[in-house]
Design a protein around this ligand. Structure first.
Ligand code: SF4
Ligand code: SF4
Length: 386
C-alpha cells in the first residue's frame, strides 16, 4: 500500500493532467458539486459524498454524434470512398457496402459515412465505489457479455479511462450499497482505491492501469499505522450503512408480483420526470436521432429514460407499456429481475441518488421491500393513472 500526503494531491493531479484529461468532483459557481474537467489549482471536493450526477457522462455521453454522413455526387463519392481513410462506407451488410461502392462509381450519388469515435485518455478521480461499480454494470451491456452486442463507442472511451475511487468515510442515510453486494470500500470496477487517513490517503493499485498511476513520484510506501487506519475507516463505514431489503428470492418475487395492483399504488406519486434514470450511475438507455441539412447529416445518441411514455411506442401506434404503472414496474424489475437473468449481477449499486433527487420522494428501498417480497394481502387500488 502507498501513501499520498494531502498537500501532494494537487501535484499528483497536475502530473496526470499533463498526460490525459482529469475529471474530478468540483464545486461550480452555482455551488453544485459535479464531475467536471479538472485543471491545476482547482479544488477537488471530497467532503460532499456524491456529486449530483454520477461520472457515467464521461464514458456514455449524455448526447454524442457517432456518425456523420452525406450523399456525394459521382466522381466526388468515388474519390472519397476509394482514397480517404477518414470517410468510409460502413454499411453493415457486405453486399450493401459493395453495392454502395459500385454506386459511387457508376451512379449519381453514394452514401458516404464517417464514424466519429473520439476517446481521449482520461482519469476520473474521486468517484465513490458505487459509481465505479456502475461502470462494471454498464460494461456488461456494452462490452459483449454473453455474446451480446459489443459497442465500439462506449468501449473506446471505457478503455481510455482510469477510475480512481475514494472510500466513503461517512455514508449517507440514503446509501444502501451493502444491500446490493457492494460496500463503501468496494474495489469492483476501480483501478485505484484511495482511503482518507490522517494527513492524506492510503492508496491501493487494483489493476495494471492503477499500478501505472502509482509510479508517480508523489507516492511513498504507507506506514503500518496508516494501513491499519485505512482498514478501520473501511470497517467503520461498512458498519454504518443500513440494511435496506432482502435480496433473497427477489427475482422470483418480482416475477410472481408482475400483475400485483401494488405497482399501481406505488406509481401514483411518480410524475415520470426521469430524474432517477439520469442521475443513476448504471441506467444506460439511449435514443438515436438523425439530424440532416442539405444532404449532410449526423447520427446522434442521447440518454433516454424508460419513464417516458414514448420510450416503447412502436411505429404502429401500439405501446406495450402504455400505463405509468407498467413503466414504473419496468424500472425496478429490469434492475432486479431481467438484467440479473441476462448478466448474472444486479443493475443497482446502491448509491441512493434516485432517492435523494426524486421530486416526489419515491424510495427504491421501499418499492423493493414491498414488491420484491412475497405478497400476502393484495391491497385495493386507488386513483386513476395516465
Ligand atoms: S425521479 Fe421519481 S417522479 Fe421522477 S420518474 Fe423517477 S420515480 Fe418518477
Ligand atoms: S437505481 Fe438508484 S440507488 Fe441504484 S444505482 Fe441507480 S440511482 Fe443508485
Amino acid at each position: 500500500m502507498k501513501f499520498l500526503a494531502q498537500d501532494k494531491l494537487q501535484a499528483f493531479l497536475g502530473h496526470l493532467a499533463g498526460e490525459s484529461r482529469v475529471v474530478a468532483p468540483v464545486k461550480g459557481d452555482d455551488g453544485v458539486v459535479l464531475f467536471r474537467p479538472w485543471s491545476p489549482g482547482t479544488e477537488v471536493e471530497l467532503d460532499v459524498l456524491l456529486p449530483k450526477q454520477s461520472a457515467k457522462e464521461f464514458v456514455l455521453r449524455q448526447s454524442e454524434t457517432y456518425l456523420r454522413y452525406g450523399y456525394a455526387m459521382e466522381g466526388e463519392a468515388a474519390a472519397q470512398v476509394d482514397d480517404s481513410h477518414e470517410a468510409k462506407v460502413v454499411l453493415d451488410d457486405p453486399a450493401e457496402r459493395k453495392a454502395a461502392q459500385d454506386t459511387a462509381v457508376t451512379a449519381h450519388a453514394a452514401l458516404v459515412v464517417e464514424p466519429v469515435n473520439d476517446a481521449p485518455a482520461q482519469v476520473i478521480f474521486g468517484l465513490r465505489p458505487c459509481d465505479a461499480r456502475g461502470f462494471v454494470q454498464m460494461d456488461n451491456v456494452f462490452g459483449g457479455y454473453g455474446g451480446f452486442y459489443f459497442d465500439p463507442y462506449y468501449n473506446a472511451k471505457r478503455e481510455a479511462t482510469t477510475l480512481v475511487a475514494v472510500t466513503c468515510r461517512d455514508p449517507r442515510s440514503t446509501c444502501f450499497c451493502t444491500s446490493v453486494q457492494g460496500g463503501p470500500a468496494s474495489t469492483e470496477g476501480a483501478d485505484v482505491l484511495f482511503t482518507q487517513v490522517e494527513g492524506g490517503f492510503a492508496v491501493e493499485a487494483l489493476t495494471d492501469k492503477g499500478e501505472t498511476l502509482l509510479a508517480s513520484a508523489e507516492f511513498v510506501d504507507a506506514a503500518q499505522a496508516q494501513v491499519l487506519y485505512a482498514e478501520t475507516v473501511k470497517e467503520t463505514a461498512e458498519a454504518r450503512v443500513d440494511a435496506a431489503f432482502d435480496l433473497e428470492g427477489i427475482q422470483e418475487h418480482l416475477r410472481a408480483n408482475i400483475e400485483d395492483p401494488g405497482w399501481h399504488d406505488l406509481a401514483m406519486r411518480c410524475i415520470s420526470c426521469g430524474t432517477c434514470t439520469y442521475v443513476c450511475p448504471n441506467c444506460y438507455c439511449f435514443n438515436i436521432t438523425d439530424e440532416m441539412v442539405e444532404g449532410r447529416g449526423e447520427r446522434i445518441r442521447t440518454w433516454d429514460n424508460c419513464f417516458n411514455p414514448s420510450y416503447t411506442l412502436e411505429t404502429s401506434g401500439h405501446n406495450p407499456r402504455d400505463t405509468k404503472s407498467n413503466r414504473f414496474r419496468n424500472r425496478f424489475s429490469h434492475k432486479f429481475w431481467y438484467y440479473p437473468e441476462k448478466y448474472d449481477s444486479l443493475l443497482c449499486s446502491g448509491c441512493g441518488r434516485c432517492i435523494t433527487h426524486c421530486p416526489t420522494r419515491i424510495d427504491i428501498r421501499e418499492v423493493l421491500s414491498v414488491m420484491g417480497s412475497e405478497r400476502t394481502a393484495v391491497p385495493a387500488t386507488t386513483g386513476e393513472e395516465a
